[in-house]
Design a protein around this ligand. Structure first.
Ligand code: C2E
Ligand code: MG
Ligand code: MG
Ligand code: MG
Length: 292
């Protein structure tokens, strides 16, 4: 009987595997034409100051409008396009489209807020990256100070020396860099000190249980100390409630991002949000000030 159960489990597993493989194959095939069919779109999520809860930056988040499946998130398709190389043209489209959007907002009189674009490991290691970014800056006329890149700690630490060269060139162009998902990889402190980076984004994993986990509080305190001594700004990811925000403030974290403030927004919602903040800024700041 155990044997039969084992075989059933195996069969179940095999079916599940082939379903996953079939899905992977289907998505991979469809991804090839997705850019030309204009199926990608960008969402923008505010990164706010923890004191005034005012938008300081917008993270650019890629979505795939799949004709049958609806909106597909990057966790489902970035691994596929990293593997087949499509990340290079699609990633370039993201940078270009984000810059065009920033310039359009600027022309419409929207308050200038930097846009933070995610770069994956393969994009970052690609030879033509710096050239392609330079061309996009030229073509769109965006102020480089309005563009930031985010790269995960793991991707950043993978390639040591080659990385430094690319970072230095982007830095020279005036583009700021954040280390994404900080705390989930293994950083060499020697590299951290040498790399021209400006921000650390504390991974959501350390924020989620912050109120109840002394361990996570200790980790956040340690990251804040490191950020302080390296003179980097710190951003907490995945802030979903007021208790987390209060603890982060107490640890000296100046910026936060998460559903507590806003979900990723469609482009047409951004001007409304910024206008609302500007109109309501003094009242909000007063309300957010601690009593003591
Ligand atoms: P990330 O850069 O760490 O982005 C933050 C992710 O956390 C986003 O997921 C965002 O929607 C989500 N998030 C924000 N606030 C909260 C919150 O309060 N609670 C929870 N549970 N989640 C929150 P998303 O948009 O699904 O993106 C996932 C990852 O895909 C990103 O992680 C980034 O690594 C990657 N990615 C997104 N867009 C691009 C892109 O254009 N290019 C590349 N190479 N990677 C991208
Ligand atoms: Mg990011
Ligand atoms: Mg992150
Ligand atoms: Mg993440």
């Amino acid at each position: 009987q155990a044997k039969a159960a084992g075989r059933n489990n195996y069969q179940f597993y095999a079916e599940r595997m082939s379903a996953a493989a079939a899905r992977h194959f289907e998505l991979e095939t469809q991804l090839h034409g997705a850019l030309a069919r204009r199926e990608f779109t960008l969402l923008f999520q505010p990164i706010v100051t923890t004191r005034e809860r005012r938008t300081a930056c917008l993270e650019v988040l890629l979505r795939w409008r799949h004709p049958q499946r609806g909106l597909v998130g990057p966790d489902e398709f970035i691994p596929i396009i990293e593997e087949n190389g499509l990340i290079v043209p699609i990633g370039e489209w993201v940078i270009r489209h984000a810059c065009e959007q920033a310039v359009a907002w600027r022309r419409a009189g929207v308050r200038a807020v930097p846009l933070a674009v995610n770069l994956s490991a393969r994009q970052f290691m690609q030879r033509g990256l710096v050239e392609s970014v330079r061309r996009i800056l030229d073509d769109t006329g965006i102020d480089p100070a309005q563009l930031e890149f985010e790269i995960t700690e793991t991707a950043l630490m993978q390639h040591g020396g080659a990385t430094l060269e690319t970072l230095a060139q982007l830095d020279c162009m005036g583009i700021r860099l954040s280390i994404d998902d900080f705390g989930t990889g293994y950083s060499s402190l020697a590299y951290l000190k040498r790399f021209p980076v400006h921000k650390m984004k504390i991974d959501r994993a350390f924020v989620r249980d912050l109120e109840t986990s002394g361990e996570d509080q200790a980790i956040v305190a340690a990251i804040m100390a490191l950020a302080g001594s390296l003179q980097l700004a710190a951003v907490a990811e995945g802030v979903e409630n007021a208790a987390q925000l209060e603890l982060l403030r107490r640890h000296g974290c100046d910026y936060a991002q998460g559903y507590l403030f806003a979900r990723p927004l469609a482009a047409d919602q951004v001007p409304l949000l910024l206008a609302r903040e500007d109109g309501a800024a003094p009242a909000q700041a007063a309300a957010a000030r601690p009593a003591a």
